[in-house]
Design a protein around this ligand. Structure first.
Ligand SMILES: Cc1ncc(C[n+]2csc(CCOP(=O)(O)OP(=O)(O)O)c2C)c(N)n1
Ligand SMILES: [Mg+2]
Length: 359
């Protein structure tokens, strides 16, 4: 039997009758602004890559409610393990466009010192564990983190974000089973956005989506409209409560759609029709929340323009600064990885320095 999708906000910005919002107007407005910031930054990063200024970019166009509304339902002490389409969690937790853009440039002021690909962000100060390129590897890590939380009797959770494609990795099964058996406080947040690069869901799994897999592990699972800020917020708040009460992990499948290309290295016109993408435009999470806020008298065209101007200006300034920021020193390639860099790496560094001097 198909698992129902929890949804409260329709495409006209109206709430289902009988539903009472569980989030304050203040938090909703902040959520709206953070989703807009995420979209404007993403859009600009794609352009910068096309101009040859940065090497690579990925956007979360149309999926912003998944990251921002879930982050809004958590506590800052909760540990986050994002994939790469979760820039919104960074902005919700106070990461600035300047910090993010230094990362996208991989310059000296990038917290990763340019050792990661762009969009592989993280920050110790806001409890966000750095993104790893190998898909799914963070799923058992989050389960392990939650085991530590349980042993230390802390009242917090670990949330792990991943796409539906990641569920084909063995790590997904190992992570969920471990978390279920040990009854640890992990929220497994799967963004089902229809595609894993060019592979559609129907070529990824034969069962009824991802939520149905929870049963097999003995994990409470929910399916939610991933483009509905209210629904995502409420289900993550409920999952958090379940976790901190010691009732074990929760699996959430957020139904959404990847409207952009997988990354700047991808051309989706090779494997899907524009019509499919167009159908999702009306379900846009930002548009839906904007219509709601306007109906409540909390938002209008003037505020919208002012927000766009302010965010665009901060992005412009951040890009200008990043362009003037030097690359990290070459030594950073081998520092902060080992307590002491192995002799082989030191030797290689010496060779690189010699070549760059010879040039
Ligand atoms: C272990 C592993 N296999 C393959 C890849 C190449 N790869 C990068 S992203 C991706 C698709 C992931 O899809 P999904 O988990 O649905 O996330 P989405 O990009 O849709 O947000 C693949 C196959 C990888 N990075 N790691
Ligand atoms: Mg996907």
């Amino acid at each position: 039997m198909p698992i129902p999708t929890i949804s409260y906000l329709n495409e006209k910005g109206e709430l289902a009758s009988g539903y009472t919002p569980q989030i304050s107007h203040e938090a909703l407005l902040r959520g709206y602004k953070v989703m807009m910031m995420t979209r404007l930054v993403d859009d600009r990063m794609i352009t910068l890559q096309r101009q040859g200024i940065i090497t690579f970019a990925m956007s979360s166009l149309g999926e912003e409610a998944c990251s921002v509304a879930s982050a809004a339902a958590l506590s800052i002490e909760d540990w986050m393990y994002p994939q790469y389409r979760e820039a919104g969690i960074m902005f919700w937790r106070g990461f600035t466009p300047q910090q993010y853009i230094h990362h996208m440039f991989g310059d000296r002021d990038d917290l990763m010192y340019g050792r990661q690909m762009p969009n592989h962000f993280g920050s110790r100060s806001i409890n966000v564990v750095t993104v790893s390129s190998p898909i799914g590897t963070k799923i058992p890590h989050a389960a392990g983190c939650a085991y530590a939380i349980k042993l230390q009797k802390e009242k917090i959770v670990a949330i792990c974000y991943f796409g539906e494609g990641a569920t084909s990795e063995g790590d997904f099964h190992a992570g969920l089973n471990f978390a279920a058996v040990r009854k640890v406080p992990t929220i497994f947040f799967c963004r089902n956005n229809g595609y894993a690069i060019s592979t559609p869901c129907c070529r990824q799994f034969a069962c009824e989506g991802i939520a149905s897999k929870g049963e097999g592990y003995g994990i409470e699972a929910f399916r939610v409209d991933g483009n509905d800020f209210f629904a995502v917020h409420d289900i993550v708040a409920k999952a958090r409560q379940h976790c901190v009460e010691g009732k074990g992990p929760v699996l959430i499948e957020a139904m959404t759609f990847r409207r952009g290309a997988h990354s700047t290295s991808d051309d989706p016109s090779q494997y899907r029709l524009d019509d499919e993408v167009k159908q999702w435009e009306a379900k846009d999470p930002i548009l839906r929340l904007r219509l709601y806020l306007e109906k409540q008298g909390l938002w209008d065209k003037q505020k919208e323009q002012q927000l766009i101007n302010e965010v665009t200006e901060s992005i412009n300034q951040a890009i200008a600064k990043a362009k003037e920021t030097p690359l990290p020193p070459i030594e950073m390639m081998i520092e902060h990885v080992y307590f002491e860099a192995p002799a082989k790496l030191k030797e290689q560094l010496h060779e690189i320095k010699k070549v760059s001097l010879d040039d």
